[in-house]
Unconditional design. Structure first.
Length: 171
């Protein structure tokens, strides 16, 4: 359960601070900044906590293991809102330009790119601080949460394209 809280906590903080960073990046147009920051937060949150449970989770191994809990805990939510799909469909989450993996990665990287642009045009200490925290959360996710907590112990690592890319299948 602590892994689920760590994962979801870091994800939600990333999305929230990403939205704040996008808003701060548009200092010359504050209304547009607030709108873009809010739009980013809502789209990222919906992608992670609605679209994933509807499209990716139904074919995940965790849907088939009674009492199992994936790193995000979304398999439990998915079981309530979506029908189970064949396990062989799980790797499809990494196929195509707008696949679930790419959209998820974009939700993590977009605010960082926006804040870099914002700092070029309107540097502020607060924006730099938010940027460093969001970038730190991304680094934490890729170098601690995924390889050492989530993917290493994942029941789906033998069919997951992400686990193959990180080299944790045989660990």
């Amino acid at each position: 359960m602590s892994s689920v809280i760590t994962y979801n906590g870091s994800t939600i903080v990333h999305f929230l601070l990403g939205g704040v960073g996008i808003a701060l990046s548009c200092a010359y147009w504050p209304r547009m900044g607030y709108a873009l920051g809010l739009l980013y937060f809502v789209l990222s949150f919906v992608e992670m906590y609605v679209v994933m449970p509807l499209t990716v989770c139904p074919s995940c191994t965790y849907r088939r293991i009674k009492g199992a809990l994936c790193i995000a805990g979304l398999n439990v939510f998915s079981a309530r809102i979506a029908k189970e799909r064949p396990k062989k469909d799980f790797p499809k989450r990494a196929q195509g330009l707008f696949c679930a993996n790419n959209v998820y990665m974009a939700s993590l990287v977009v605010p960082i790119a926006a804040m870099i642009a914002g700092m070029i045009f309107n540097f502020s200490g607060l924006l730099l601080l938010v940027f460093l925290v969001v970038a730190g959360l991304l680094v934490f996710r890729f170098f601690v949460i995924f390889p050492k907590v989530a993917c290493l112990h994942c029941k789906a690592k033998h069919v997951c394209p992400q686990a193959r890319a990180m080299g944790v299948r045989d660990q």
